[in-house]
Write a protein that binds this ligand. Structure first.
Ligand SMILES: *Cc1c(COP(=O)(O)O)cnc(C)c1O
Length: 395
């Protein structure tokens, strides 16, 4: 079985490009050109140089000795938290902006929920001197004021989406509308392995640097490039797609995706798409989606803003359906506990999203000789207020 996209843009039963006709020329231009541009030598040289000198790659693969002792196994952390801007998202925005430049685009648009992707996009636009417009739900702009301030400092224009629930899906609608109206000079940077083909494949390829590095680093450290497990959290699924990428065809490596169960799968406040989702169409692709019986999207919930998404990318829907990856749901409380544990045992404050991957260690029943790689997708600075609030409640 193949876990990569086919020539029609599908992963098994999922994927495709379900877009308004007016958007067709933009997406088609990208589909025709993305692979040629991405694998051109000068593009690769520029991308690699910036990943090294601007982002700080390779990110370390760190043997977490005290955490390993605690779980009586061997745990390595892939330190995406040490990247410039504090997470893996910059790997993708940097790749896409170089592609946009090669396509001759001068104006960049993006959607953002919690603001992390907006910040990563505003960052690379400043770096390249391109105009940056970020659509963000009005409600999210209030909830994530520091990220709005960051984007503005970086020179981006943040436009509130004022329709519907005034959150991520409304911001996405606004971005699509903008792209339809500005097809010639504008490029749309999507923030995860979601959206119409070729976006999921393109974003996965830009994030695949994560597993490329893991293989090399693990081989250096243990003599074997293959761990027993790779664990990553899944919102849309880009950090997981990158951490899994070079292991997809090696069944000896078990792949685990940690989703946000929020207040509990049955609570009505969750984002556990693999359990609660049904096939449907969101953001231009067919995937697993949390929806009502008549197909309305159910508002997701998670304590971590980055996992608060009602679907998963089409590749993850396929990995779930085919059984190649195992999906586990982690509640807010379990994620918080895992985060506090990492702080105390390793001196690392993880992003709340990444804490969902860490929490899966409680459910794994790992053996002493197992080698586990956890993708630490981001750092926890942005989550301090939440950590302080719940830590005080617990004392
Ligand atoms: C945005 C974000 C995520 C979730 O996005 P994916 O596309 O699923 O990776 C996870 N971790 C961090 C730190 C994030 O900022």
């Amino acid at each position: 079985m193949s876990y990569q996209v086919n020539e029609k843009g599908y992963y098994g039963n999922f994927g495709g490009a379900f877009i308004p006709e007016m958007l067709y020329p933009n997406v088609e231009e990208l589909r025709e050109k993305y692979l040629d541009i991405m694998y051109e030598k000068s593009f690769q040289n520029e991308l690699k140089g910036l990943l090294r000198d601007y982002v700080g790659r390779p990110s370390p693969l760190y043997y977490a000795e005290r955490l390993s002792e605690h779980y009586n196994t061997k745990i390595y952390l892939k330190r995406e938290d040490l990247n410039h801007t504090g997470a893996h998202k910059i790997n993708n925005t940097l790749g896409q902006i170089l592609l946009a430049k090669r396509l001759g685009k001068t104006r960049i648009i993006a959607e953002t929920g919690a603001g992390q992707h907006g910040v990563a996009t505003a960052t690379v636009c400043a770096l390249m001197g391109l105009t940056c417009i970020v659509y963000m739900g009005e409600v999210d702009m209030e909830r994530q004021a520091p990220n709005v301030a960051r984007m503005k400092l970086l020179g981006a224009k943040v436009i509130p989406a004022t329709s519907g629930s005034r959150t991520l899906k409304d911001a996405t609608n606004e971005a699509i509308r903008d792209w339809i109206n500005n097809p010639v000079d504008t490029y749309y940077i999507i923030g995860s392995v979601v959206g119409p083909h070729p976006y999921p494949d393109m974003v996965a390829r830009f994030q695949s640097v994560i597993s490329e590095e893991i293989k090399k680093q693990l081989k250096e450290k243990t003599g074997n490039e293959n761990p027993d497990y790779v664990i990553a959290c899944v919102g849309g699924g880009s950090n997981a797609a990158g951490a899994f990428y070079h292991y997809l065809d090696n069944k000896d490596v078990k792949l685990i995706a940690a989703e946000a169960a929020g207040k509990g799968i049955e609570s009505g406040h969750s984002a556990a798409t693999s359990v609660l989702g049904k096939p449907g169409i969101i953001h231009g692709s067919k995937t697993l989606l949390m929806q009502t019986e008549d197909g309305q999207i159910i508002e997701p919930y998670s304590i971590s803003a980055g996992l608060d998404y009602p679907g998963v990318g089409p590749q993850h829907a396929h990995l779930f359906e085919s059984g190649r990856a195992q999906f586990g749901s982690i509640t807010d409380e379990e994620a918080l506990k895992a985060a506090y544990l990492l702080c105390k045992l390793e001196g690392i404050i993880p992003a709340l999203e990444s804490a969902h991957a860490l929490a899966y260690l409680e459910k794994l029943n790992a053996k002493k000789e197992d080698v586990i790689v956890i993708n630490l997708s981001g750092r926890g600075d942005k989550d301090l207020a939440t950590y302080i609030k719940f830590n005080e409640q617990a004392q």
